[in-house]
Ligand binder design. Structure first.
Ligand code: ATP
Length: 135
């Protein structure tokens, strides 16, 4: 099966760099499956798990927003933050979820409300990725 290089990069570090068969991401306009030789493309990503198919196995990574860039030589996901399942601290994500829900329940200005919504999405994303691995 043919492959392409997938890199997942955050401002802090390179989270992933492997030859893969396919990556499935959630773009702002819906789900997108990228196979080798896809046409060049840049698209914003949602805060959601991405699924990587590699050697008949599947990997899931929490990608917290950012961009997907399909280049001629590789596919790059530039994310605000991203975690492999093994790097996710469940207690921390549960605590972040609880805090965000608390902030959403209290009266806040629109900016704080949006920030809490995004924090909630990141926490749910991390918990979902961890959950999928344990299923
Ligand atoms: P928190 O409120 O717990 O810091 P957050 O969503 O605000 O969560 P981010 O700003 O997205 O955190 O990320 C800051 C750094 O901490 C990144 O390197 C990210 O990968 C890491 N990180 C955040 N939450 C977790 C977690 N639950 N497990 C492992 N790493 C995490």
């Amino acid at each position: 099966m043919s492959t392409f290089l997938l890199e997942i990069v955050t401002p802090e570090r390179k989270v992933y760099a492997e030859d893969v068969n396919m990556v499935i991401v959630k773009g702002q306009e819906g789900e997108l499956g990228i196979l080798p030789n896809h046409i060049p493309l840049v698209t914003p990503l949602r805060i959601a798990p991405i699924v990587i198919k590699k050697d008949r196995s599947e990997e899931v990574i929490a990608v917290n927003g950012g961009f997907l860039e399909v280049r001629k030589d590789k596919v790059v996901i530039l994310a605000e933050s991203a975690e492999l399942p093994g790097d996710i601290d469940i207690d921390r994500a549960q605590e972040a979820k609880r805090r965000a829900e608390e902030r959403l329940d209290s009266k806040r200005d629109e900016y704080d409300h949006r920030r809490a919504e995004l924090a909630l999405q990141r926490a749910i994303n991390r918990l979902e990725v961890k959950n999928r691995i344990n299923r």
